[in-house]
Write a protein of this length. Structure first.
Length: 399
């Protein structure tokens, strides 16, 4: 059996010198400028019913560098500029395939500051990373070791809104391989009172990371609102303070989800979840903040790619499957089930259910039915699934 190495990104924080920070800031600006120029050119060509691809925009970049107005593009490495054109090509490919909306312009204040270097744009030797146009290596905090003999294929440098610098190295990780097969399966119901409820009866508490820092965040945002709008140093300092609190919340949330998903994938062969439309659910003003803090979409994304790494299976049951209203004991479907009802008793068999545990059990049963008879699921968020599970297996009713 042939095994393929998984390409994995290892992200580290680094502390640039003043010269390196200035060089990277210039690179970020040039990347943004080239992306926007190419987007304008492709949009205008589309209006003329002409086709412009990556090769055409690459030729345009060469012409732009020769003009007096855009001569500053020659001051930075050409590798990140070519890479941003490739990213734009990917964005258009996703648009034409109806996987994404039309590409948008990059904003100086709102867009992510990043630059991607391929092997010709950096040198990695003896654990020291030196980027093009720089004389000395980056001061990286190696919080974890790279795989033995790792050779990065791409390096992405970024700066977040809080002013922190990060470098991400993409390399093959031979340590990631399928885990031994198991017969364990689990149904997972997400919620707000409890972040997860498993079909085993275990309930995992919702840490509510945003709520813990809500007072600090409100104070920092109030301080920012009092600063005069513009490019003043005081307003920039207050903005970084707000961004730092948001970053702290996001870091804790991400760390918790990583630990949780790794544990679930290691313990179970089959994991069954519900295909929720989180994008629509956050339109509810009463629950939007709590749903966003729970990060259900991030949880699903982490679960899916880790399952692919380790040879596990994630099944997403149709969102219209009545997991909460269906009795997991006899199959009777309750008529109404308001959100405030946390426990209920089945009218047919008299079984008393915890709402979330019952939903997790029903999801597990539906997921196993999917693997057995091919009932409808939604393996991709934007791809409609087949028949609903409820149409494949009729709920059992006692005579």
């Amino acid at each position: 059996m042939t095994t393929t190495c998984v390409k994995r990104a290892f992200k580290y924080r680094f502390y640039p010198t003043d010269a390196q920070a200035a060089e990277l800031s210039r690179t970020f600006g040039c990347v943004r400028k080239v992306y926007n120029l190419a987007l304008v050119a492709r949009t205008e060509a589309w209006a003329r019913q002409e086709r412009v691809n990556y090769n055409a925009t690459s030729a345009m970049l060469t012409a732009w560098k020769r003009t007096e107005e855009l001569a500053f593009l020659n001051d930075v490495s050409s590798v990140p500029l070519q890479q941003t054109l490739r990213h734009l090509q990917t964005a258009f490919a996703n648009f034409f395939a109806k996987r994404a909306k039309y590409p948008r312009f990059k904003s100086r204040k709102k867009s992510r500051k990043s630059a991607e270097y391929t092997t010709s744009g950096f040198r990695f030797r003896d654990g020291r990373l030196t980027l093009a146009k720089m004389n000395e290596p980056l001061n990286i905090v190696w919080s974890r070791t790279l795989p033995s003999g790792a050779k990065p294929s791409t390096v992405t440098v970024s700066q977040d809104a809080a002013g922190r610098w990060y470098v991400s190295l993409l390399c093959e990780d031979p340590s990631v391989s399928p885990l031994p097969a198991s017969d364990q399966a689990v149904g997972i119901d997400v919620g707000l009172d409890h972040l997860l409820t498993l079909s085993t009866g275990e309930k995992i508490a919702n840490p509510r990371h945003e709520r813990k820092d809500r007072a600090r965040l409100a104070k920092a945002q109030q301080n920012l609102s009092r600063k005069a709008k513009g490019d003043g140093a005081n307003r920039a300092k207050a903005r970084r303070k707000v961004a730092g609190i948001h970053a702290r919340i996001a870091d804790r949330r991400r760390d918790h989800l990583h630990k949780l998903t790794t544990r679930l994938v290691r313990e179970n062969q089959t994991l069954v979840i519900e295909d929720l439309t989180v994008r629509n659910m956050v339109k509810n003003r009463s629950l939007a903040r709590a749903i966003s803090d729970a990060a259900w979409s991030d949880f699903r994304g982490l679960l899916e790619y880790k399952a692919a790494w380790y040879g596990r299976e994630v099944i997403a049951v149709d969102r219209f499957f009545p997991s909460s209203k269906l009795c997991s004991h006899c199959g009777t479907l309750a008529k109404n089930m308001p959100l405030h009802v946390r426990t209920w008793t089945c009218d047919s068999c008299g079984t008393t259910h915890d709402r979330d545990t019952n939903a997790a059990n029903n999801l597990l049963a539906a997921g196993l039915a999917v693997t057995a008879c091919g009932a409808g699921v939604r393996p991709q968020r934007r791809t409609p699934g087949g028949q609903s599970v409820t149409k494949q297996e009729t709920p059992r009713r006692e005579p």
